[in-house]
Design a protein around this ligand. Structure first.
Ligand SMILES: *Cc1c(COP(=O)(O)O)cnc(C)c1O
Length: 368
């Protein structure tokens, strides 16, 4: 029996009537830009993330870009981040004219290794951009300590981690600001693109608001050079419906993960996800590590039509477009090793026990 990596139709079936009604309301009002759904969602997400402000934007990528622009980061500046993440993290830094400075990851969590950050700080460093990869928060206390000591902003790339917690504190609420994505495959996804910046800084919130709308304080009077980074009303309406179910979906993902962990417990070839005891992991991805056998396991899953993916096959310091930064293989050994050994398995909330067993059986067959 084939199992998809993600089945958004299965989720849609459970909330179809509500989503259709919410979309119909936007259509009837014809306020597709700047409708009341945006402010309503901003208020709800701010509350959910325990932050004072939330600013809806056009994608997770644009949340990162708007944050960097609003913090006035650009040419000549450096931003410290991880090489083991989705492209957008470093892509946005480069788009502002700043330089990404990579720091290797901690091998167990795949998140930036805080003990290596301070050595990467220079007089040009303006910010640290930790990524809460796969739904587990980076080790924030030491990151915040380095940032405070050197006067740096902290931009949390929380695109995969809405609702994740670190010592009881929600993703996005610890740094200077946090960035979320409503890309359909995230735990809280729109039916298209969308994103959000959250912050407790009143001034920064205001700048982000201006920046998403061409930097205009008042229409046709531009204080900053911003862009069109607006969230649209239909996406906001859909995300608002889904937000009600988010906690139950997180819990379903956590149950699925616990079940896989149990199935893989006796298999020494497989390393199941490591979650720090102080973290609440929301499993945007369930990623196992299979040293030496990853490609063989993947081939077996593909042959059985069992969804899987490699996040991420090429660390960012080895991407062709960043060649001018001057890195080579061996510079970030933990990120490179992870890229060779990780494999993501289906973890979405609607998976049945039979589907979970199908996946686990196939993985175990392949490693034995
Ligand atoms: C998804 C993602 C983004 C980008 O979000 P989009 O909404 O797709 O633009 C950025 N960073 C990370 C870590 C992501 O997973």
């Amino acid at each position: 029996m084939p199992v998809p990596l993600l089945d958004l139709v299965a989720q849609y079936r459970t909330i179809r009537d509500e989503v259709r009604a919410a979309v119909a309301e936007v259509l009837e009002s014809q306020r597709g830009v700047g409708g009341p759904q945006i402010v309503a969602l901003e208020k709800a997400v701010a509350e959910y993330c325990r932050c004072r402000h939330a600013i809806g934007v056009s994608s997770g990528t644009d949340a990162l870009l708007v944050s960097l622009m609003s913090l006035d980061i650009g040419r000549g500046d450096e931003v410290i981040t991880t090489p083991f993440t989705f492209f957008a993290t470093a892509g946005c830094i480069v788009r502002t004219g700043a330089r990404p400075v990579f720091v290797d990851i901690a091998p167990k969590t795949y998140n930036i290794d805080p003990s290596q950050i301070e050595a990467a700080v220079t007089p040009k460093t303006k910010a640290i951009m930790p990524v809460h990869l796969f739904g587990q928060m980076a080790d924030m206390d030491p990151i915040l300590a380095v940032a405070e000591k050197h006067g740096l902003a902290v931009i949390e790339d929380a695109a995969q981690a809405i609702g994740a917690e670190y010592n009881g504190r929600r993703a996005g609420s610890l740094g200077t600001c946090g960035c979320f994505s409503f890309y359909p495959s995230k735990n809280l996804g729109a039916c298209g693109d969308g994103g959000m910046v959250v912050t407790n800084d009143d001034g920064l919130a205001r700048r982000c608001e201006l920046m998403r709308n061409h930097g205009a304080e008042e229409r046709y009077y531009h204080r900053h050079v911003g862009g069109n980074f607006r969230l649209d009303s239909i996406q906001a309406a859909i995300v608002m419906v889904k937000l009600k179910y988010l906690e139950s979906w997180h819990e379903a993902r956590r149950r699925n993960a616990a079940y896989y962990n149990e199935r893989f417990a006796d298999c020494r070839a497989i390393q199941t996800p490591y979650v720090e005891p102080h973290n609440r992991m929301i499993y945007n991805q369930y990623v196992i590590r299979i040293p030496g056998k990853r490609d063989a396991v993947q081939a077996h899953l593909n042959q059985k039509k069992i969804g899987n993916a490699i996040y991420y096959p090429v660390p960012l310091h080895l991407q062709e477009c960043f060649a001018d930064i001057g890195h080579k293989e061996g510079d970030f050994p933990q990120a490179e090793r992870a890229a060779r050994e990780v494999l993501a398995l289906p973890i979405y909330p609607e998976l049945t026990r039979d589907q979970l067993d199908e996946v686990a059986d196939a993985v175990l067959e392949a490693v034995r």
